[in-house]
Design a protein around this ligand. Structure first.
Ligand SMILES: Cc1ncc(C[n+]2csc(CCOP(=O)(O)OP(=O)(O)O)c2C)c(N)n1
Length: 561
């Protein structure tokens, strides 16, 4: 059998530890699909939408800390997949997207479905590699994985013309490049230890790069706990990484996510040192660039992130450490806690007290549907220590962040940029990757019909996620923003939705369908959902629109127009 570019590409994927790829088939890369099926070593998951395939690859990237792989067709296929690249790029998640392209001889003619990917993808990828020479196909793959997984991780697109796959080649297989990582400098560790020793009210925010290290090495959790306890530090997991620190830990300093409630952020702002440990720092985490203030923070600021280009890009840190956050943890532990660390006990206890109050399972019933808090609190009771939770984008997610007491070892997946449609495909990927464990996707009625069809992919490949739909009859988040900005306008105007019977919709795919209409049905409905283990479940929750988020209620009237 002659060696072809397609076979060499398939071997390159195997060499990079790829065992599962997500695709929507396309004629532009059918040569590669054919080679993958022939070799039969990599599971080809055929999805219903390229964004779904892309989000599944993003989830893979997070679950394995290796680049997840999606295969999409040129033009319309790639255009559909763009949102997943946008999401991976902002969230620093490693991903390789293989994109079909028109035949080399037609390039530049605006041939059918032709796009210039170097132009199109310049702001959603770290790199676009166009492969026009068969001899460079395997080298391109090695480069793609290396770039996707190193420094600030992110998506790389590899563009493959339709006529290259059957070309014969005697090029060698390129082995994966070794993982390269910078360690902290001893002098920087000494300085950080001194800053932490001096601080009376330090705040340690932990994020994505530390989470990625925890995926490969569970010792991260124990080291983080030890640092928090021995050095008497409050630890705040950042947006979309709540599972980095146990919500019940007495050193939990409060969740540093989207719009932190005033009581908590007010206290956090009394900090006299912030250490961002493995957090890239974003608009969301910094409360719209106000804490720390950009570009000049209002308090001493230490930024640890494994990429020198990122440390100092927006914020001016007092100390920048472009290195592995776990190595920083270990370096601090080696140096030993300051003798007077106990001086911070009240500070830690104060933050933790506010956090506990916010986390308390308390809510007011609503008059126009179930308060989604009741559903989320019930789900929390059933979650196993290794459960996966995903959320789509929308205000229903605020209940998840508020009421679920995440634990180290649980998995949380969501799009940092708040891309609607991501929640269900991420749950499907988690269900396929983690068979036999609980996977729960929280979605709104808006997001449910954007990408909920990927429940068909779960059914097809034997994944059993539980999809919990908050049906408040509107694009609630936008309704809330509209209410806050233009309170004189009728509530729900421009955001109202007429929805199907989601339980029946779920059943039509082969899933179990459950409807929860009022609070008295919550406990039984959720227990039934968790009892089903052999197929996906759709729980249709008729939720309150007045209860706009976990933090805010529509106050003009208790009955909707
Ligand atoms: C792909 C995409 N389109 C639009 C938006 C803007 N957006 C953010 S939240 C939201 C409404 C979400 O509605 P729903 O899923 O019903 O959840 P709810 O906010 O009602 O809880 C919209 C339209 C977005 N974030 N992503």
């Amino acid at each position: 059998m002659p060696q072809t570019v397609a076979r060499l590409l398939a071997e390159s994927l195997e060499a990079h530890d790829v065992d599962q790829v997500y695709c929507v088939p396309g004629e532009s890369y059918i040569g590669l699909t054919s080679a993958l099926i022939e070799r039969n070593s990599i599971r080809l998951v055929v999805c219903r939408h390229e964004a779904g395939a892309g989000y599944m690859a993003v989830a893979d990237g997070r679950l394995r800390d290796r680049a997840g792989v999606a295969l999409v067709s040129r033009g319309p296929g790639l255009s559909n997949a763009m949102v997943s690249l946008h999401s991976a790029y902002h969230d620093a998640t490693p991903m390789v997207m293989l994109v079909g392209q028109v035949e080399r001889g037609d390039s530049g003619r605006l041939a059918l479905q032709e796009q210039n990917y170097s132009r199109l993808l310049s702001d959603v990828t770290k790199l676009v590699i166009e492969v026009n020479e068969p001899e460079q196909a395997s080298e391109a793959m090695a480069r793609a994985f290396h770039i996707a997984e190193s420094g600030t991780p992110g998506p790389v697109a590899v563009v493959l013309p339709e006529d290259i796959f059957d070309d014969e080649t005697d090029a060698e297989l390129n082995q994966p490049r070794p993982h390269v990582a910078a360690g902290p400098r001893a002098a920087d560790l000494d300085r950080l230890a001194a800053m932490l020793a001096k601080a009376e009210r330090p705040l340690v925010v932990v994020g994505g790069a530390l989470m990625a290290e925890a995926v490969r090495d569970k010792a991260v959790y124990a080291d983080l706990n030890r640092l928090a306890e021995e050095w008497v530090l409050p630890v705040s997991p950042t947006h979309r990484r709540p599972q980095l620190f146990d919500a019940a830990h007495p050193n939990y300093g409060g969740y540093m996510g989207i719009r932190v409630p005033p009581a908590l952020i007010g206290e956090m702002k009394k900090a006299d040192l912030m250490v961002a440990l493995g957090e890239r720092m974003t608009d969301t985490v910094s409360q719209s660039y106000s804490f720390p203030k950009a570009p000049q923070p209002q308090l001493p600021f230490v930024h640890v992130w494994p990429d020198a280009g990122e440390v100092g890009r927006v914020w001016r840190p007092d100390l920048g450490m472009p290195c592995s956050p776990h190595e920083v943890l270990k370096g601090l532990l080696q140096r030993g806690a300051p003798a007077d660390a106990a001086k911070r006990r009240d500070w830690v206890a104060g933050l933790n007290g506010i956090h506990r109050k916010l986390l308390a399972k308390e809510w007011e019933p609503a008059t126009d549907g179930v308060n989604f808090a009741a559903i989320v609190c019930e789900v929390d009771k059933h979650l196993a220590p290794d459960a996966t939770v995903t959320t789509d984008a929308g205000n229903f997610g605020s209940f998840v962040h508020r009421y679920i007491g995440f634990r180290q070892g649980q998995v949380f997946l969501s799009s940092v940029v708040g891309a609607m449609g991501s929640g269900m495909p991420m749950a499907v990927a988690a269900a396929l990757r983690r068979p036999g464990t609980q996977v729960v996707a929280f979605v709104g009625d808006g997001g449910a019909l954007m990408m909920g069809n990927e429940i068909a992919t779960a059914c097809q490949y034997g994944g059993n996620p539980i999809m919990i739909i908050s049906d408040n009859g509107m694009y609630g988040t936008i309704g809330m923003h509209s209410y806050v900005r233009y309170p004189e306008r009728p509530f729900m105007e421009g955001t109202r939705l007429t929805n199907p019977d989601f339980a029946a919709w779920g059943r039509s795919f082969g899933a179990e369908g459950i409807t929860i209409r009022e609070e008295s049905e919550v406990a039984d409905g959720i227990a039934r959902a968790f009892a089903v283990k052999t197929r996906p479940v759709v729980v249709h929750c008729l939720t309150s629109a007045i209860q706009m988020s976990a933090w805010r209620r529509y106050t003009r009237t208790e009955t909707l127009p």
